[in-house]
Design a protein around this ligand. Structure first.
Ligand code: MTE
Length: 317
């Protein structure tokens, strides 16, 4: 199925990209464009999170493949967070009052040392490090984001999974008073749940992120703590986590429960395995006009392919 970029990208970002293409890469920087410099309709209200992106920090301007970082303004204004809305451009506004402090995460299940962590203690205990990763959404758009976070493995090792533990199950906050989508979008089985196999969870690329661009996460990006698994589709990156359980059986994610014909447990990025509504062979990087080929495991095959040896990857979504 061929997708027109304008169908999956808000008009504003799509036309900014088009203009950028026409003007030529040298004439305007991406960040100028994303700050709204060429909208041409007179004064606009400041974007949500204005100020947040003023003094961004990242150690490099590209990832290891040479792909440019996605401008901070795009990362914080183009979001999927169904607990608030299905409209990507309204998440920032609707989530702005989410109370993210104090915040506790309960880690338990099949472990020797179950614990409740305060998120500030987590930050103290596991110093955040920068990880520049590509984020590939199943809707066939992508970004490059400088995350701040720490390997999930550090946390899991501390609670000591027992030999029975085979999977990790994650849960987002359930609070319909703060999250209108949990009331309005009753079609979904809240809370949002995701899962990983234990070896995936222990892989060094898998992080719990607490920030982007050198700053603490905003609610729209999953504050105060979210999962990032760069070789899987973005929906595995569960936001605003309150519970992590080590379990024996494969967890059923919100997406598997909602549409098992469309979403599987693994969700490894694979240009040869298509979602019924979105072809996966190519993607549109936010801020670019041309589509680019999608890479197996989102370009992280060298690091993670060994996890799936012997599995017929074409059979798994
Ligand atoms: N986590 C929760 N709790 N709720 C969601 O709706 N959306 C997922 C994922 N994590 C989602 C979620 C999807 S589909 C994507 S692509 C990423 O978050 C988007 O992350 P971003 O908004 O920070 O770019």
């Amino acid at each position: 199925m061929k997708i027109n970029p304008s169908e999956i990208t808000p008009e504003r970002l799509f036309y900014l990209s088009r203009r950028q293409f026409l003007v030529g890469a040298g004439a305007l920087t991406m960040s100028t464009l994303f700050l709204g410099g060429c909208r041409g309709k007179g004064p606009e209200p400041p974007p949500i999170g204005a100020g947040y992106c003023d003094s961004v920090q990242a150690s490099r301007s590209t990832d290891e493949l040479g792909d440019s970082l996605t401008p901070c303004q795009s990362v914080i204004n183009y979001n999927n967070y169904y607990e608030f809305t299905t409209s990507k451009e309204d998440v920032a506004d609707l989530s702005r009052n989410l109370r993210t402090s104090p915040w506790e995460i309960e880690v338990g299940g099949l472990v020797n040392k179950p614990r409740v962590y305060d998120v500030d203690d987590l930050r103290q205990k596991f110093a955040p490090e920068e990880r520049i990763y590509r984020l590939r959404c199943v809707e066939a758009w992508s970004m490059v984001i400088p995350w701040l976070g720490f390997p999930l493995a550090k946390l899991l090792k501390e609670v000591e999974p027992t030999s029975k533990a085979k999977y990790v199950r994650f849960e987002t906050l359930y609070d319909p008073e703060q999250m209108p989508g949990q009331k309005g979008l009753s079609f979904y089985q809240w809370p949002y749940v995701e899962g990983l196999r234990l070896d995936e969870a222990l892989h060094d690329l898998t992080i719990l992120a607490t920030g982007i661009y050198g700053k603490s996460l905003l609610p729209q990006n999953g504050a105060p703590v979210r999962l990032v698994v760069p070789w899987k589709y973005g929906f595995k990156g569960i936001k605003s986590i309150v519970k992590i359980d080590l379990v024996e059986e494969m967890p059923t994610s919100l997406w598997m429960a909602t549409a098992s014909n469309e979403y599987g447990f693994y969700a490894n990025v694979n240009p040869e395995v298509h979602h019924p509504r979105w072809a996966q062979s190519s993607e549109r990087r936010i801020g670019e006009l041309e589509r680019r080929p999608t890479l197996l495991f989102n370009g992280y095959a060298e690091e993670v392919a060994r996890l799936y040896q012997g599995m017929d990857l074409r059979k798994f979504f």
